[in-house]
Write a protein that binds this ligand. Structure first.
Ligand code: HEC
Length: 407
């Protein structure tokens, strides 16, 4: 993909470098670079012309015309207008159904490399799966997309996942389907219930279909170790809510000033006690260095507001009852010298020996405190999140957990 991108954006001899480009494609290149037009065209004209070209291309599409579409997608994806975004959506859908490796590879690359466009790529794969379920790789993409899809995207993904024999019946994914299902309009919630039936085999008699509240109740009994499948509530008088946070971020890009201030706010807000981002730092929470590759902004905001919504298995919170009657709550770790330690939400460390322990039990609440943003101004929140999610100069990590298959 990078090859094509370079080929489009770099040298004057670019047409020689791209022997596979068709005539129409060359026209697109000219449009994109604005070479043909005597007066420098405004971005708006260039983009609207490109959209028209795409519409024509989609109508007259023949077997191998994918490259101009891929290039148009790359070009238009940076334009956040509704027209360009819906044009990209149509392109990805055309690429996803194409019987062509490069076309499908592009859709997967968008999913992996551009968290903000994951929902769009997943919807395209879901629509293709309705006619032709395709590979296990597509199934995995659809399962992972459950963390980010919303509304019509979520409905398309849930419908498509029912067409696969595979079932992602790990508690985490089941919980995700319930939560995403609850956010759908009532008419679409049935899709979540059908998928849950397919994955969990509950209720045993499919004719007695359950509603989402029934699945919530069942989930609480089946997975007492996990947070309940309940949508987070803002406490009364909350300083920040999901809505007020999301409104801070429309069209935001990291500025160099934010790059400098980000680490200072990270330190001031106490994040560095538990996390690191690049530099050495805390180990009581996940390494946030590659966060911007792994998560879209809405997911990061959700982690900040409601830390207990997504618990990481590697950071178990426990309640330890010691024989002397003390109770400790926090992240359980091995102590640097000998014995064990509990790292509390307040950042206090208490060390003890195995022999001091009366009982240890799991606690489905994050050791990351809620309300960490409360003492920050809107500007500071913006800077912190922009810096945390920036991927400039940060290599892409390996793919993450891909759901669990079952026959
Ligand atoms: C007391 C330790 C602690 C503090 C302080 C803390 N966190 Fe966390 N954080 C965690 C843990 C542990 C998790 C993993 C969730 C879980 O399993 O509990 C987490 C998860 C996250 C995640 C999600 C990571 C992912 O991979 O998806 C983000 C983002 C995050 N924290 C950002 C912050 C920021 C920003 C601050 C400061 C404002 C902060 N945290 C303060 C412990 C902490």
């Amino acid at each position: 993909m990078t090859g094509i991108r370079n080929c489009v954006h770099s040298s004057p001899a670019r047409r020689d470098l791209c022997p596979r480009l068709s005539g129409l494609c060359s026209l697109l290149i000219v449009l994109m670079s604005g070479v043909l037009v005597a007066d420098e065209p405004s971005a708006e004209t260039r983009e609207s012309r490109l959209r028209q070209q795409v519409a024509q291309l989609l109508e007259t599409l023949e077997g191998s015309d994918w490259i101009p579409l891929i290039m148009a997608d790359l070009e238009l994806s940076t334009d956040l207008t509704e027209e360009s975004q819906s044009c990209c959506r149509r392109i990805l859908q055309a690429l996803a159904v194409a019987d062509d490796a490069a076309a499908q590879e592009h859709v997967h690359a968008v999913f992996e490399n551009e968290p903000e466009r994951r929902g769009m790529a997943a919807e395209a794969v879901a629509m293709a799966a309705m006619t032709r379920p395709g590979s296990l790789r597509n199934w995995r993409l659809l399962v992972r997309s459950l963390n980010v899809v919303r509304q019509s995207e979520a409905a398309a993904v849930m419908k498509a996942l029912q067409r696969y024999r595979q079932r992602a019946n790990k508690g985490h994914w089941v919980r995700r389907v319930i939560l995403t299902g609850l956010s759908l309009p009532e008419g679409d919630q049935r899709l979540a219930c059908e998928l849950l039936q397919h994955w969990t085999g509950q209720p045993m008699r499919p004719s007695a279909a359950w509603s989402l509240p029934q699945y919530q109740e069942w989930f609480a009994k089946e997975h007492p170790d996990l947070p309940p499948a309940v949508r987070p509530q803002d406490p009364p008088g909350a300083v920040w809510t999901m809505q007020s946070l999301e409104s801070l971020f429309s069209g935001l890009h990291l500025t160099s000033e934010q790059g400098v201030q980000g680490p200072m706010i990270f330190e001031k807000a106490g994040c560095a006690k538990c996390h690191r981002r690049g530099d050495p730092g805390g180990t009581a929470g996940p390494d946030l260095t590659s966060l911007g590759w792994r998560r879209q902004r809405a997911e990061v905001l959700e982690s900040l507001l409601y830390p207990s919504q997504e618990l990481h298995e590697e950071y178990p919170t426990v309640i330890v009852a010691l024989k002397d009657g003390t109770a400790l709550t926090g992240l359980l770790q091995r102590a640097p010298d000998a014995g064990l330690q509990v790292f509390s939400s307040a950042g206090e460390v208490r060390t003890f020996q195995q022999s001091d322990v009366e009982a240890i039990r799991g606690h489905a609440v994050s050791s990351m405190p809620a309300g960490t943003l409360d003492r920050l101004t809107a500007d500071e929140v913006r800077t912190l999140v922009a810096w945390l999610t920036s991927v400039d100069g940060i290599p892409r990590p390996h793919q993450e957990d891909e759901g669990q298959e079952e026959e």
